[in-house]
Design a protein around this ligand. Structure first.
Ligand code: RFL
Ligand code: PHB
Length: 398
């Protein structure tokens, strides 16, 4: 059987792969999306909740925003809770006043559902249960992407391959470690996350620094909370009974008149904290992006947003290469992404260090306390925080 032919084979139906497919479709470029998990599994994953303003605007421009614009919560600030003297305080960072920008609360799960719905309604190829197992011919005119599904092994022949298969994907692993030029940092902590059928404690997110560790009160809707606790790296869900989770959430987050509301757990998970940057994002006809190319700890709510930023660069450059024969456009892909990747890696590392209990060191504690005071003053540090959190401008996608 002769292989299926396409312009761009997209490995992974996460937000990065699905959004790239949409941007290429709007430019008239053919794609096939291959996803190793089942449709139900992909639609069930919870993960991110915060969408930067420029990303929300892009989604609307791409025709993906209808349900998001109707159902989202718009936040124009966040609360930073910490000890000041002998009491706990909540300082508000006012995004609207500092930057004129806001963020959107809309679950990654909903965004992925919207993107899959559009692709299926357009009748475009998206194969679930199709695991990519190898890629050949990265320096030839066409690439052969080998995948396995329930029918056996098959091949797609493409001009380019987008490696957007996440932090545990195959595409980055096809290259040896030296080629990837990876830099990374691990943290001695993980996040235990629970999705809870109960109203959030505040109408805004509360990021809490507490002597027993970080906690975060986020939400999906006014009736559903998303709560996180810092736990030691290596802990599993078996170490955390529901009673123990509630005890820690109350201790770290409750203030008089503003308690965490208890409810039924709809989902729970543990995620290790780490920072990873593969400094090479292009190998011939393979282009890496999203979590396949870099991972940030979730503290700054940046992973999904950074994946989208990569995809605007990739979409425009693939358009130049495939529609105008300007292959050189792809030479600048990695360089154009990496400045933002490092800005976001720095922001996510800084926010993680500021709010978590990672080592007990009085000197470090004092520095963190003073930074929280400086943030509360609303000066240049608060301005930088608000700019970084609400999102740097995106490059054009076409
Ligand atoms: P994804 O979403 O991991 O998608 C990759 C897809 O590739 C598939 N795959 C393969 N398919 C075919 N063949 C293979 N060999 C394959 N190997 C893998 C996988 O099954 C998967 O479907 O990567 P992508 O698209 O780059 O998107 C990245 C985001 O998902 C990630 O950065 C965010 O979830 C991170 N994140 C957050 N980001 C934000 O911007 N804001 C947040 O508030 C936020 N909160 C979070 C988060 C991530 C979290 N966890 C669980 C990691 C909170 C948490 C707790
Ligand atoms: C979430 O709602 O899942 C969320 C919010 C803020 C973060 C990370 C995750 O920094």
């Amino acid at each position: 059987m002769s292989p299926i032919q396409t312009d761009v084979a997209i490995v992974g139906a996460g937000p990065a792969g699905l959004l790239l497919a949409r941007m290429l479709q709007l430019q008239g470029i053919e794609t096939v999306v291959l996803e190793r998990r089942s449709r139900d599994y992909v639609l069930g994953r919870v993960r991110a909740g915060i969408i930067e303003q420029p990303v929300a605007e892009l989604l609307a421009e791409l025709g993906v925003g209808e349900r998001m614009l109707a159902d989202r919560l718009v936040h124009d600030g966040v609360q930073l809770q910490h000890r000041a003297g002998d009491r706990m305080v909540r300082d508000r960072i006012d995004f609207a006043a500092l930057t004129g920008k806001t963020v959107t609360v809309y679950g990654q799960r909903e965004l992925v559902r919207d993107l899959i719905g559009l692709r299926e309604a357009d009748g475009l190829p998206l194969r679930f249960g199709a695991e990519v197992i190898g890629i050949d011919g990265l320096s030839d005119d066409r690439v052969a992407v080998r995948y396995r599904d329930e029918a056996g092994e098959n091949t797609i022949s493409a001009r380019y391959v987008a490696g957007v298969d996440g932090a545990h994907g195959i595409t980055a692993q096809l290259l040896d470690a030296g080629e990837r030029q990876t830099l990374q940092r691990s943290y001695p902590a993980a996040w235990l996350g629970v999705l809870v059928e109960a109203a959030p404690p505040s109408h805004e997110l509360i990021y809490a620094r507490h002597p027993e560790g970080f906690a975060l009160a986020s939400m999906r809707t006014p009736e559903v909370s998303r709560l996180y606790l810092q736990v030691p790296a290596g802990d599993t869900l078996a170490d955390w009974s529901p009673d123990r989770i509630w005890e820690h959430l109350h201790r770290r987050l409750d203030l008089p008149g503003s308690p965490v509301n208890e409810g039924r757990f709809l989902e729970s998970s543990i995620t290790p904290l780490r920072s990873v940057v593969h400094r090479r994002m292009r190998y011939g006809r393979l282009l890496l992006g999203g979590d396949a190319a870099h991972v940030v700890p979730p503290t700054g709510a940046k992973g999904l947003n950074l994946a989208v930023a990569d995809m605007t660069q990739l979409s425009r450059r693939l358009g130049r290469a495939l529609l105008r024969g300007d292959e050189a456009a792809l030479d600048g892909y990695q360089e154009s992404c990496l400045h933002r990747v490092w800005q976001v890696t720095h922001f996510s590392w800084w926010m993680t260090d500021l709010l978590h209990r990672l080592e007990s060191d009085e000197f470090g504690e004092q520095l963190r306390t003073e930074q929280l005071r400086t943030l509360a003053d609303g000066g240049p540090l608060a301005q930088w925080f608000a700019d970084s959190y609400t999102g740097l401008p995106l490059a054009p996608w076409q």
